[in-house]
Design a protein around this ligand. Structure first.
Ligand code: ATR
Length: 271
């Protein structure tokens, strides 16, 4: 029996156990995935302990992702993003970040190409960082818009090293969206319990737009409802969760998990 898990605090509401266990079961793998509450102070001990106990791999979530950079050996991508969400124990402790690739896979899974596309990314926090680096690397032209414009500017300054990026405030959103192919919300706006909030309404969107919301609670956010009203293509936050998890799964096991099974398990748990 191989053990896997997610470390964080709080952690009791994590959907990762149900998601990964559904994939292990579907593939008939003798593996189990559990959630562990870990205080940041004990992160190093927890990682070393899991390594010593022969864990197959771990995910890290709030508030441990940034701290892990000083403990594990980060990949170039994790270093650039400034956070680790996946630890692989096969050769020491390697720290990956699968959030950006998860977003990319969620888009490509829906048939959306990234190269050469204009992407408006709302937000400049941790999730935005991962997505901005990945999409710029993949040849998109990314506009980062944030409530606090200085954070968007700081992020754009980092991302410019790998691709096309610019920063913006929230004043010109309508004009930017007119020129955009993809709109991604990486802020917490619209997340339960504040479900009646959105920065973008249907009158600001067009039918050739793809709208991707990383918020998964609720699954059908107000932003996505507005996007549907405008005739745009929509991708919800469950797909982001599932694809970042699927990338972790591949890193640990070398196997491609059934994303449809993982998606179903997560959606059932969310209802
Ligand atoms: P995460 O790591 O999940 O991305 P974060 O680093 O706290 O979380 O970032 C949250 C993002 O949501 C930020 O871009 C934040 O904007 P600010 O940088 O201006 O704080 C954005 N955000 C949160 N609440 C918001 C709100 N009510 N309106 C607009 N943006 C909001």
């Amino acid at each position: 029996m191989k053990l896997f898990g997610v470390l964080g605090d709080p952690i009791s509401h994590s959907l990762s156990p149900v998601m990964h266990n559904s994939a292990f079961k579907a593939l008939g793998m003798e593996c189990e995935y559990h959630a562990f509450r870990v205080n940041p102070e004990y992160l190093k001990k927890a990682l070393q302990g899991a390594h010593a106990l022969g864990f197959g791999g771990l995910n890290l979530t709030i508030p441990l992702k940034e701290k892990a950079l000083g403990i594990v050996k980060p990949t170039e991508m994790a270093k650039q993003i400034g956070a680790v969400n996946t630890v692989d124990f096969r050769e020491g402790m390697i720290g990956h970040n699968t959030d950006g690739i998860g977003a990319k896979m969620a888009l490509s899974g829906a048939g959306i190409k990234i190269t050469g596309k204009n992407v408006l990314l709302l937000g400049a926090g941790g999730a935005a960082r991962a997505i901005a680096f990945q999409l710029a690397k993949d040849g998109a032209s990314v506009t980062i818009a944030n409530r606090t414009p200085e954070r968007a500017e700081a992020l754009a300054k980092d991302v410019i090293k790998v691709g096309k990026v610019q920063a913006s405030g929230y004043e010109d959103l309508k004009a930017i969206i007119r020129e955009s192919d993809i709109l991604i919300n990486s802020t917490s706006v619209g997340m339960y319990p504040k479900i009646s909030e959105t920065m973008v309404t249907s009158d600001m969107m067009h039918k050739d737009l793809t709208v991707f919301d990383i918020v998964y609670n609720p699954q059908n956010t107000l932003l996505l409802k507005e996007a549907k009203r405008a005739g745009a293509t929509t991708i919800d936050g469950v797909m982001m969760l599932v694809f970042q998890g699927a990338e972790s799964f591949k890193i640990w096991t070398g196997r491609t998990p059934p994303v449809d099974v993982m998606e179903k398990a997560v959606r059932e748990k969310l209802v």
